[in-house]
Design a protein around this ligand. Structure first.
Ligand SMILES: [Zn+2]
Length: 209
């Protein structure tokens, strides 16, 4: 599970286990979840590797545990969603090639190239899903650009634009929004995971400040 954490990475790290984590219902049975344990994982933000705490919640009915990732984390990726998103926006948006985008983001060229390839491979699916989500959230339908990666980018931007009219999302930001609604799997290799097609009922809304 991914929660739409609006905290800056520094603030999340500083709070450690005392972050005010949300208490979502169980994704399977909607029953109550209790905090069970957690683990520490690395993230890289603004060129620095840091450790963040990720809590694990457990459903008493299902006996299944779920991790609660903050939205700045992408599943199986070291770099935060904002870094990945900045590279994707520049390259897919046609502003520049992978190498200058990687340099600006402070990540290895090969890493950035992997993100762009993965995004490109899923671009049709992402564009369709996010464009549909934009409409579901009350936004306008977009006219799909011919190029798939540009379509995906336009879909994400349109969906976030619609979400930003709802309480709490503006502070979360475009790439954390994309991470939240895709369950952290925006550029994951595993495409069989539950996905945002089901719309707003499937992802956790932010807690308004
Ligand atoms: Zn359950």
């Amino acid at each position: 599970m991914v929660w739409p954490c609006p905290l800056p990475v520094d603030a999340y790290i500083a709070a450690g286990r005392r972050v005010e984590f949300p208490r979502p219902g169980c994704p399977s049975c909607a029953g109550p979840l209790v905090f069970w344990s957690g683990y520490w994982r690395y993230v890289r933000a603004v060129g620095r590797c840091r450790k963040v705490f990720v809590p694990r919640l457990r459903c008493g009915r299902c006996g299944v545990s779920h991790v609660l990732l903050p939205a700045f984390v992408l599943a199986w990726r070291l770099d935060v969603a904002e870094t990945v998103g900045a590279v994707l926006a520049e390259v897919a948006g046609g502003a520049c090639g992978v190498r200058p985008a990687a340099e600006r983001a402070g990540v290895p060229h090969t890493t950035a190239r992997g993100w762009v390839r993965r995004f490109g491979a899923r671009a049709g699916e992402l564009g369709t899903a996010f464009a549909a989500l934009a409409v579901e959230l009350g936004g306008d339908a977009i006219r799909p650009p011919a190029e798939a990666a540009r379509f995906a980018l336009a879909g994400i931007t349109a969906a976030f634009g619609a979400a930003a009219a709802l309480p709490g999302w503006l502070a979360v930001g475009r790439w954390r929004f994309a991470s939240s609604v895709s369950g952290g799997r925006l550029i994951a290799a595993n495409t069989t995971s539950p996905y945002l097609i089901a719309g707003s009922r499937r992802f956790m809304p932010p807690v308004p400040p």
